[in-house]
Design a protein around this ligand. Structure first.
Ligand code: ASP
Ligand code: MG
Length: 596
């Protein structure tokens, strides 16, 4: 028999009517022949209200009592839900975190799970009961009630699904699912039937947050299929699974509206420089977004990044300090900017994705100010007045509004039947799940990757007008070259540089195509470097963890490695370095991030 975990968020259990609707879903799943675990959050704004209440009593409520208080929100929900299920004629039992056997450490208000004993849960399931589990809470080994941090019910649900090896973890919310872009910005936005873990992580970081990113990373690690569905209708929602829809090269587009840019021009091009710059930013806890460094010239490098508008003054001060310490360079900035991105796992294997994006923008008359890519994302910086038009153009250019064929019913992608799983396997998986949960907040970088099979092409002195990037990458796509990392920094005195990597075997083809497209047209200079390596760190939350870039660049500086190019994303930060340094640089990063 399959196990299904259903999680209902606060809005989906806000009123008695909604609780009954939710209970009907649980009952329907049970009657379809499944064992059902329901995880619930506190009703409506309950958790916020409880927090406010506590602060009316004390400015610094003790964390232990805070957890005692907050846990009541979920306790109320499980009791009501169990009553609703029983009213509908099925057996149900509500359980608190403690009763399920979720043991955590004693870090009140952001506790980490140390163990989950599924025995009681399984017992109840086997007795034919629907188990209603309180999300967000656990108990420490002194029997104190703990909570897992805001939004923690998603974590409870995905963790239980992983431990129980559930066929699916259904997340019921107040939206139809995941969309190709924000429907409030682009009317033609379409709900995506199926999306990969990586795409959703990248999209979430670009502002399309439906679920807590950490719970998705967790689902990814244990291949838990997650179905995000509307609680209020029969909508089929979006399935988050190892692979997205095969037909889709690009999954979605996103807009970050209020960005400003800070650039450091003509700083020394030698090891340690990027480390210094990023340390200055990290010291002030400035979250930097789009980082772009392209290939330097005459011993000088330029780096640009975007930050939130509010951080501009602070960032300029930090940047000036960096320049002063380096003894050369200028700080410059630009305001009124927006970032437009497309995301899709499919772009790793398809040519012409960048060309398509840049052509759509060129057709809409948009000048691209900066470009950065990761393996599943392309981001460009544009003038804010053109932000809306850019998003619209890109959405249309990739046909993202196009209807998809209907999804095969769930069940096709269910994990293997667990019938031949032994008790020992189960225990082992539970231990594995738990140890992963315990270190979830620490693990940011999970992998370092060295790609020694690429070469670098650089164009200097390109005219800064719409259509240049489109021409360059259309020519490469037509020549059948899969372009990987693309970096364009902002222009200086009306000219701009673009650098990109291609498979080393395709270097000649790429250079020839690029020459015909760009050099003849704009009089730019082309150069190439056969001996480069691409070195990346992979993980989650990289973009928003100020410390990751700092650590990465410091490790490379200490290993004496010069960084030629940088690009960033949510699940990857990549650099281009000299090939002979590749292996040593790889090892220094493995060591810096404590990986084997
Ligand atoms: N009730 C908790 C919160 O509001 C947990 C959750 O909803 O996931 O953060
Ligand atoms: Mg690619």
């Amino acid at each position: 028999m399959s196990i299904i975990v259903q999680k209902f968020g606060g809005t989906s259990v806000a009123t008695p009517e909604k609780i009954l609707v939710a209970a009907q879903r649980a009952v329907a799943a049970k009657r379809a022949g499944n064992q059902v675990v329901v995880v619930v959050s506190a009703r409506g704004h309950k958790t916020d209200e409880l927090i406010d209440l506590a602060h009316e009593i004390s400015e610094t409520p003790p964390a232990r009592e805070m957890d005692m208080l907050l846990a009541t929100g979920e306790q109320e929900s499980v009791a009501l839900m169990a009553m609703a299920v029983q009213k509908l004629g099925e057996q149900a039992i509500s359980m608190t975190g403690a009763q399920i056997g979720i043991v955590t450490d004693s870090t009140h208000t952001k506790a980490r799970i140390k163990a989950i004993s599924t025995e009681r849960l399984r017992h109840a399931l086997e007795a034919g009961k629907i188990v209603i589990a309180a999300g967000f809470q656990g108990i420490d080994d002194q029997f104190n009630i703990t909570t897992l941090g805001r939004g923690g019910s998603d974590t409870t649900a995905v963790a239980l699904a992983a431990v129980l090896k559930a066929a699916v973890c259904e997340i019921y919310t107040d939206v139809e699912g995941v969309f190709t872009t924000d429907p409030r910005l682009v009317r033609e936005a379409r709900k995506i039937p199926r999306v990969s873990y990586d795409d959703i992580l990248e999209l979430a970081s670009l502002g399309a947050g439906v679920m807590h990113s950490r719970s998705i990373e967790f689902a990814k690690k244990y291949s838990v299929p997650v179905l995000v569905r509307p609680a209020y209708s029969d909508g089929e929602g979006t399935l988050i699974a190892p692979h997205g829809d095969d037909e889709d090269v690009v999954t979605g587009a996103a807009l970050a509206k209020a960005e400003v840019r800070v650039s450091l021009w003509d700083i020394p091009d030698r090891p340690g420089v990027m480390s210094l710059v990023f340390t200055k930013m990290a010291e002030r806890k400035i979250p930097i977004d789009m980082v772009v460094q392209n290939v330097g010239s005459h011993g000088l490098a330029n780096v640009s990044f975007t930050v939130e508008q509010d951080e501009l003054a602070e960032t300029l001060t930090a940047a000036q300090q960096a320049v002063d310490e380096l003894g050369s360079g200028q700080v410059q900035h630009g305001t009124n900017l927006s970032k437009v991105s497309v995301v899709g796992t499919g772009m790793q294997t398809h040519t012409g994705v960048a060309a398509q994006m840049f052509s759509s923008l060129a057709k809409a008359g948009v000048n691209i100010l900066m470009i950065t890519t990761s393996d599943i994302k392309i981001s460009v910086l544009v003038d804010r007045n053109q932000a809306q038009a850019s998003l619209q153009a890109v959405h249309e250019g990739f046909d993202l509004h196009r209807e998809q064929p209907a999804l095969p019913p769930l069940g096709v992608s269910q994990p293997d039947d667990e019938s031949d799983e032994t008790e020992r396997d189960r225990e082992e998986r539970a231990r594995d799940v738990v140890s992963r949960l315990a270190s979830m907040e620490d693990i940011v970088v999970s992998q370092v990757e060295l790609d020694a099979d690429q070469a670098l092409v650089t164009l200097r002195g390109l005219a800064d007008v719409p259509g240049v990037a489109a021409a360059v990458f259309s020519a490469n796509a037509q020549a059948g070259v899969v372009v990987d990392m693309i970096v364009q920094n902002v222009s200086q005195s009306g000219h701009t540089n673009i650098s990109f990597t291609v498979p080393r075997n395709d270097l000649e083809k790429s250079v020839a195509a690029t020459r015909t497209a760009a050099v003849n047209w704009t009089g730019a200079e082309i150069s190439f470097d056969r001996e480069i390596a691409k070195l990346s760190v992979l993980g989650i939350g990289l973009r928003t963890h100020t410390g990751v870039g700092e650590k990465m660049f410091r490790a490379l500086a200490e290993a004496g490695v010069n960084i030629k190019m940088i690009s960033t994303g949510e699940v990857r930060i990549s650099t281009v370095i000299d090939l002979p340094h590749g292996q040593a640089a790889y090892e220094s990063l493995m060591k810096a991030f404590g990986l084997k």
